[in-house]
Design a binder for this molecule. Structure first.
Ligand SMILES: [Ca+2]
Length: 332
């Protein structure tokens, strides 16, 4: 177990898999001396008010107080969105549409997210791990507004993008959801950041590479663990499984969080590349394009291509156990 404090900003579009990522961060991360400085919110899985509402629902159900900031409510170039682009997998409100809306007007901090990011990086230069589990809009805006910011992150972890053009947005597009939601933002981050950028690719979350069944999720050991936050998450998960008629569970954002916290055990295969984000293609807008001809270009991304599914299920169980104060296993 590391003795050094790791400082984190979590940037989220708080759908259900973001929620698992947050709960893992606040439980297992805390045991690993991770301090969450801020949660910054953006549109994505749902609109910004629902994202912020969902964020406070998770925090409240855990009795936690973390500074929460509102950020972008739309991509940098919203005119490029097509019908159905932001149709959420997790229902209209991102949490399965079963909970009342929380008015967060008086709960969020007054700074806009990109300003909060800048101020925190100034305060903790080269010490902050920026974890993005939604569109990269807030970070991109902050990088554009504060040019000297780009040298000041310790590292960036991103759930988003792809390596082999597997898309998950809609028919006729080969991009991953988060990158497709704001391709310009993804392009700005990949081209401007000069710290290590770790990307959990969509392909590593596909069923052929990562498979947890709904049967394990709902009838396995998780179903015996009850806390306020676990009961909330599981009731929403059941509704979402019903909405989508799904048989499997792939909480991509939580997988990224496990990769951040337990890099050595979680990441089975990764490659460093120079990569771009396609901005203009009819079928490819938002897709990651990997440079394979000019090997002299700097490697700007580490693409995670395969993760340890067995280790992940252990970390999810430990996360759930930690929410009821159970003693955690020794594998941390
Ligand atoms: Ca997300």
């Amino acid at each position: 177990m590391t003795e050094l404090t790791r400082y984190v900003i979590l940037d989220t579009d708080m759908g259900l898999d973001d929620a698992w990522a947050l709960v893992m961060l606040l439980t297992l991360g805390k045991l690993l001396k991770v301090k969450v400085l801020a949660i910054t919110c953006s549109f994505g899985n749902t609109d910004l008010p629902n994202v912020t509402s969902n964020t406070f629902r998770v925090l409240d159900s855990m009795g936690m107080k973390i500074p929460v900031y509102n950020g972008r409510s739309k991509p940098i170039l919203p005119d490029f969105l097509e019908t159905g682009d932001l149709q959420g997998y997790y229902g209209v409100d991102g949490f399965g549409d079963i909970f009342p809306f929380i008015n967060t007007t008086n709960l969020v901090k007054k700074d806009e997210a990109s300003d909060a990011i800048y101020k925190l990086v100034k305060k903790y230069p080269k010490q902050i791990s920026f974890i993005s589990v939604g569109p990269l809009s807030n970070l991109a805006i902050s990088l554009l507004a504060h040019e000297n910011l780009v040298n000041q992150f310790k590292e960036i972890f991103i759930m988003g993008g792809n390596a082999y053009a597997y898309g998950n947005v809609r028919q006729g597009n080969t991009a991953e959801w988060n990158f497709h939601s704001d391709p310009e933002a993804a392009h700005i981050v990949l081209s401007e950041a000069n710290c290590p950028v770790h990307i959990l690719t969509w392909e590593s979350c596909l069923e052929e590479n990562f498979l947890i069944t709904n049967d394990w999720q709902f009838n396995g050991p998780l179903s015996d663990i009850h806390s306020e936050v676990m009961d909330m998450l599981m009731s929403a998960e059941k509704k979402v499984a019903e909405i989508n008629n799904s048989q499997t569970w792939g909480p991509a954002d939580a997988i990224l969080m496990a990769c951040f916290l337990f890099e050595e055990k979680m990441i089975l295969k990764q490659e460093t590349h120079h990569a771009y984000v396609e901005l203009s293609g009819k079928y490819t807008r938002g897709q990651v394009a990997i440079e394979r001809v000019n090997s002299n270009l700097s490697k700007n991304v580490q693409l995670i291509l395969q993760v340890n599914e067995t280790a992940f299920t252990e970390y999810i169980l430990q996360t759930a156990q930690a929410t009821v104060g159970k003693v955690l296993g020794s594998s941390l």
